[in-house]
Design a protein around this ligand. Structure first.
Ligand code: GDP
Length: 512
């Protein structure tokens, strides 16, 4: 018998880890979506339902009892922050408040043990699968097109876009600074910072609930991750009259340098180190917010979805294609927060998203991966009921509005439950898109504003008011729900809508 030294034990353990890593297959599941789409809530609810044995009749391995156990394991990537699952569960379950949202990339390893469905695999023993869940801001995907643009092109496009009627009134402060800034002047940090801050302010205003616009690159201006305040984020488009060569110490040269640094040190590393390693992807979409904000928000969302899709199947000669080591073969687009609607409207919400994605697929000339589209609520904050009014039975949803939420002029304290008629989505989603039929409305408008702006001063305040889409869905923020008993009666789990269907599509085949 020999005694092993500590070092030798460690070495042996490492070898063992390595071996298990080889035999236990893993799937990397990307979870993305623009800010507030519901990524944090989705991941937390998914993991909670798997660990606690929630009600998942449409997730076959659980419905048939083949899923033996799901548990959290140390994640394999030391350089990526861990998704703070425990804190998020505590918020939702103990406090009944929503957790803090995704601000940067994070990761979580969930390992499931299961009995295989096929006889052949069963004779080989039961299986194990690591599910590495990677949470990242969808805003970062929208940076991909920047890689093929130089500063001058990007600058012109960004300025033109900001002059569109629905954006111009949000860009006033930035436009005023742009007018005052001379690209040929000597570089100056304070001016650069002022411009970058005003530009960021404009992007944030576009994203606010009442506008709910989606196409707002550069992604890190709204979701800086760990880069807040760094020089790579301290730049802004400028109004460039021509392609004159400027001194290296000019404002324009400084902005150009930072734009290039942003691409090299921020955009490329994200795609190379994180995005390129994903196997499956869910894109969460807050279609209800875009619907409520109106047709421009819908159009913008559609453009954003097209840009997101082009990340998943980049042109063969592109930089991204050259670094992709694997292919994402399944993508699920999910309209979130379906619990804000009565179940009779869930299919309508799904149809709206289908319409958006279909147009995005066409725009991005996308082909390849399996795509599915679903309306879901990762956490179901409402129940359903009916209210009798004048002999009619009206379908309602019942929930507890969050503290401070105002419904019909009444302010709620977070303790009172209400029943309300949530409103209806149109039967035919086409009616929502009717105002914006022209395929290239955005491009046309950009071209028009560009040609006009050559001769005109900037017009921060536009008189053009835009009509709202024809929906009358009421959007009340409810508190997270009380837990429900799991089917085996042993634990309490978070209720959801179609989370099981989402999971079946995303990883069901990996547990066959
Ligand atoms: P993230 O920015 O994508 O991480 O978004 P979150 O997951 O933090 O969700 C943003 C907000 O949307 C939450 O604070 C909730 O108010 C709401 N939300 C997200 N998912 C759901 C859901 O399934 N049901 C309901 N009722 N609200 C949700």
């Amino acid at each position: 018998l020999t005694t092993l030294t500590d070092d030798a034990w460690l070495a042996l353990n490492n070898v063992a880890d390595f071996a298990t890593g080889l035999v236990t297959p893993s799937v990397r599941l990307g979870v993305t979506g623009l800010s507030r789409a519901g990524k944090t809530v989705f991941i937390t609810a998914l993991v909670h339902n798997l660990i606690k044995g929630g009600r998942m009749p449409l997730f076959e391995p659980m419905a048939t009892g083949r899923l033996a156990r799901a548990s959290l394991q140390p994640q394999p990537d030391d350089a990526v922050p861990r998704f703070d699952y425990e804190a998020h569960v505590a918020d939702m379950v103990d406090e009944r408040v929503w957790p803090s949202s995704t601000r940067r990339i994070s990761e979580l390893r969930l390992t499931v043990a299961y009995e295989s469905a096929s006889y052949f695999s069963r004779t080989l023993g039961s299986g194990k699968l690591h599910i590495d869940i990677v949470d990242y801001p969808g805003e970062w995907l929208l940076d991909l097109p920047l890689l093929t643009k130089d500063y001058a092109t990007w600058s012109r496009e960004a300025v033109a876009l900001s002059r569109l009627p629905n954006r111009a009134r949000l860009a006033g402060d930035w436009h005023r600074r742009l007018e005052a800034a001379d690209p040929a002047a000597e570089e100056d940090e304070a001016t650069a910072r002022g411009l970058a801050d005003a530009f960021t302010g404009y992007l944030a205003a576009c994203r606010a609930d009442e506008h709910a616009l989606s196409m707002l690159p550069p992604g890190r201006f709204l979701m800086p991750g760990d880069l807040d305040g760094s020089p790579a984020l301290t730049f802004s488009p400028l109004v460039l009259e021509d392609d004159r060569v400027v001194p290296r110490t000019s404002m324009r040269a400084m902005m150009e340098r930072r734009f290039e640094a942003y691409k090299t040190h921020v955009v490329r590393p994200f795609f190379r180190d994180h995005f390129a390693r994903l196997d499956r992807q869910i894109v969460l979409v807050d279609a209800l917010s875009a619907l409520n904000a109106g047709p421009h928000a819908m159009r913008d969302l559609e453009n954003a979805l097209a840009d997101i899709l082009s990340c998943f199947r980049p042109g063969r000669t592109s930089w991204l294609a050259s670094i992709l080591t694997r292919r994402i073969d399944r993508i699920l687009f999910a309209a979130t927060k379906a619990d804000h609607l009565h179940h009779t409207d869930h299919d309508r919400l799904q149809r709206v998203l289908k319409r958006l994605v279909k147009r995005a697929i066409k725009k991005a000339e996308f082909a390849g991966a399996d795509i599915d589209i679903l309306a879901l609520a990762a956490v179901r904050a409402t129940r359903e009921g009916t209210v009798r009014r004048g002999g009619n039975a009206l379908p309602t949803i019942i929930g507890t509005p969050m503290t401070g939420e105002i419904v019909d002029g009444e302010r709620f304290d977070g303790k009172t439950e209400i029943a309300m008629f949530p409103g209806d989505l149109p039967k035919d989603p086409e009616s929502l898109f009717a105002h914006l039929e022209s395929e290239s409305e955005l491009e046309e408008a950009v071209a028009k504003v560009e040609s006009e702006s050559k001769h005109q001063p900037l017009q921060p305040e536009s008189k053009l008011e835009l009509s709202r889409a024809g929906t009358d869905v009421r959007y009340v923020r409810f508190r997270p729900p009380k837990l429900e008993r799991s089917p085996d009666g042993l634990s309490l789990t978070l209720p959801h809508i179609r989370l099981d269907r989402a999971l079946q599509f995303l990883i069901g085949d990996k547990l066959a």
